[in-house]
Design a protein around this ligand. Structure first.
Ligand SMILES: [Zn+2]
Length: 419
């Protein structure tokens, strides 16, 4: 069951105490972290009750984690993957930073030791479906349930000792749908979106990942950063990101779920809203997505988060210049639907004007444009005449063809060089 969570920090420690390797790793980490004041470190642990706040992350929801200005929560998706995830863990350990890992069940099955390494590093282990379907919002509800259930089961099996992952769930690709969220809630899980991204799943350089992570953090001033522990560019960018966070005064917060033994950190409801909006202005912050009732075929409706969604374009210069000022960071308009400027015609993209012969009927008697608009009886009479070679005067037919060809030009424009 997901509800009793890995979160139990005391329970995790108890499990670790039974494992020599775990003790060794934690002791080494503690020595490094207590002996060096120049690392980023983890400033505090935030204990959250998933049942009180079902959906978090301002990229998609009204609420996010109750962070103070300058506080950052690091999250890593899609692992564990041997090599990459190990390097990520080493980098985090070198800075004494704790994060949350949203693991894919099939990855956990293939690399259960990787799951335990994350746990033994003191990080929060959460789930991200079994197979990471590209369009989870489009799947029938029974498949959605299976993805969530099997993802939890696979990570639980890797953890062993009856330990479940934290009741935190992130939808693959952030392609949310009411049905996914409702089922996750029924499992006691909290759905995590994010507050900002670094595009590290794209074919960009590690320098670009660093640049985006820091620029977007500066714009928001705090929040949940979504990264991936299966990408070489993330491994390459992470040390610099952590160093920059340290240099600029940001603080890392480690999030764990509340349990019977571990009470949630006291918070006010307003702290869960990054930018408390007036009730009637919610649409200005984010397009409201209607709650659908499941159709008979069980298909889940959901928004398609296109690539344009991830862009910074909705941040105005004023947003960027007013970091950490609450409402100043609001998008000035909904990210979609947006007006897409169409390219102006140019010599390169203008289609050539079709030849006049295209508009001639080769296998039938030739008809003028005027004949087409005539009454059927008159048109029939003309066609009969045409069969006998007397449809119309040659001059009239020629003029009609010119008229047709002229109207066929795209947008009435002339072909390059025709004027
Ligand atoms: Zn993912």
């Amino acid at each position: 069951m997901v509800g009793n969570g890995l979160a139990g920090v005391p329970r995790r420690i108890a499990v670790c105490l039974g494992l020599f390797a775990c003790m060794t790793a934690q002791a080494a980490s503690a020595a490094v972290c207590s002996g060096h004041g120049d690392v980023l470190g983890t400033s505090r642990t935030l204990v959250v009750d998933p049942r009180e706040h079902r959906r978090i992350g301002t990229m998609q929801y009204a609420e996010t984690l109750p962070l103070a200005d300058g506080e950052v929560v690091l999250t890593f998706d899609d692992g564990p993957l041997p090599g990459y995830s190990d390097r990520i863990l080493e980098i985090l350990a070198s800075q004494c930073v704790k994060a949350t890992f949203f693991m894919v069940g099939s990855q956990a099955r293939a690399n259960p030791e990787g799951v335990r390494k994350v746990r033994d590093g003191g990080h929060t282990v959460a789930t991200h479906s079994q197979n990471h379907p590209a369009g989870m919002h489009l799947l029938p509800i029974d498949r959605v349930r299976r993805e969530i259930d099997e993802g939890i089961a696979s990570v639980s099996a890797a953890l062993g000792d009856g330990i479940s992952p934290a009741p935190f769930f992130r939808v693959p690709g952030l392609r949310r749908a009411e049905g996914i969220e409702q089922y996750a809630a029924s499992k006691g899980a909290q759905v995590w979106s994010a507050d900002f991204l670094a595009d590290d799943w794209r074919h960009v350089s590690s320098a670009r990942v660093y640049e985006l992570a820091m620029r977007r953090l500066e714009a928001k001033g705090k929040g949940i950063l979504l990264l991936h522990d299966i990408q070489a560019r993330t491994v390459a960018a992470l040390p610099k990101i952590l160093q920059a966070m340290k240099a600029r005064g940001y603080r890392i917060v480690h999030v764990v779920p509340a349990t019977a033994e571990l009470a949630a950190t006291p918070t006010e409801p307003s702290q869960w809203r990054l930018h408390p909006p007036p009730e009637n202005a919610a649409i200005l912050r984010w397009p409201k997505i209607p709650s659908f009732v499941f159709a008979g075929n069980g298909t889940l409706p959901g928004p398609w988060l296109s690539d344009s969604y991830w862009n910074d374009e909705w941040l105005t210069p004023s947003d960027r210049g007013n970091r950490r000022t609450g409402a100043a960071s609001l998008p000035r308009q909904a990210p979609w639907p947006r007006q897409v400027p169409l390219p102006l015609p140019s010599a390169a993209n203008l289609h050539p004007v079709p030849g006049r012969s295209i508009f001639e009927f080769r296998d039938r008697p030739r008809l003028s444009a005027r004949a087409v608009t005539l009454l059927p009886s008159r048109r029939a009479a003309l066609m009969v005449s045409a069969r006998h070679g007397a449809a119309q005067a040659p001059a009239e037919a020629s003029a009609s063809r010119r008229k047709l060809a002229g109207k066929s030009r795209i947008g009435g424009a002339s072909a390059p060089g025709e004027r």
